[in-house]
Design a protein around this ligand. Structure first.
Ligand SMILES: C[S@@+](CC[C@H](N)C(=O)[O-])C[C@H]1O[C@@H](n2cnc3c(N)ncnc32)[C@H](O)[C@@H]1O
Length: 213
């Protein structure tokens, strides 16, 4: 069912974390974000969801007639995704830093609330996204925003551990690199993608970009 397994450091951490919280996570993530829905409204043909989680955005994309593909590190979340999407999506267990697709495979990519879980090589993951996008293809990337004042961090700190409180009382730690909006735009630019728009919405920073020659 899930054709490839890439087990590197970040992906191992992600699968340990998200496998452990998958069931509870799914209960709390039922609705697509409206910023993502707005992006999907502009999309046609094929869409890849990098870090598809429980499939809430893939489901929305399917309902809009797109041909959908999802990759994620968590086998438990991929199982949940598969139940929701039936066989209407191609799901692959893979690392966002090593996408198992040919160059120029997709018209659109969403990469939502996932890049901030990578401890390193975040630009490499964006380079991978650029590689598998078609020329003229568009991507929407999002991260939790460092600009919020809710974080218990020194001014120059951006990395933190955020606990997930499971229903059975167990606490699971999640790693976050909290992006500044300018920094996220800059990383997208470094990958070779052309930034179209960068904006903040409801605690998240978003960058919309395009693959140009
Ligand atoms: C906060 S969830 C967001 C899920 C989905 N994008 C959404 O908006 O509901 C982060 C997802 O990224 C996945 N993930 C984290 N690091 C990853 C990596 N290196 N490769 C693939 N997936 C990863 C996790 O397993 C999890 O499903």
């Amino acid at each position: 069912m899930f054709s490839l397994v890439y087990m590197m450091k970040d992906v191992k951490r992600a699968s340990d974390t998200f496998d452990a919280i998958a069931e509870h996570f799914d209960k709390t993530r039922n609705h697509p974000w409206e910023e993502v829905v707005e992006f999907l409204e502009e999309c046609e043909d094929t869409l890849l969801d990098m870090g598809c989680g429980n499939g809430r955005h893939l489901l929305e994309a399917l309902e809009r007639g797109l041909e959908v593909y999802g990759i994620d590190a968590s086998i438990e979340l991929l199982h949940i995704c598969k139940k929701k999407l039936d066989d209407k999506a191609e799901l692959v267990r893979a690392d966002v830093k090593s996408l198992p697709f040919e160059c120029g495979s997709f018209d659109n990519i969403i990469y939502i609330a996932t890049i901030h879980h990578l401890k390193q090589d975040r630009v490499d993951s964006l380079k991978e996204a650029r590689k598998v996008l078609k020329e003229g293809g568009k991507i929407l990337v999002s991260s939790w925003a460092r600009e919020l004042d809710r974080w218990d961090l020194e001014d120059d700190e951006q990395d933190l551990i955020v606990p997930w409180h499971r229903e059975d009382g167990e606490i699971i730690d999640r790693f976050y690199h909290l992006y500044h909006l300018d920094e996220l735009s800059e990383d997208v630019r470094k990958s070779g993608l052309k930034v179209i728009e960068a904006f903040h919405s409801k605690g998240n920073n978003y960058v919309k970009a395009e693959k140009v020659r």
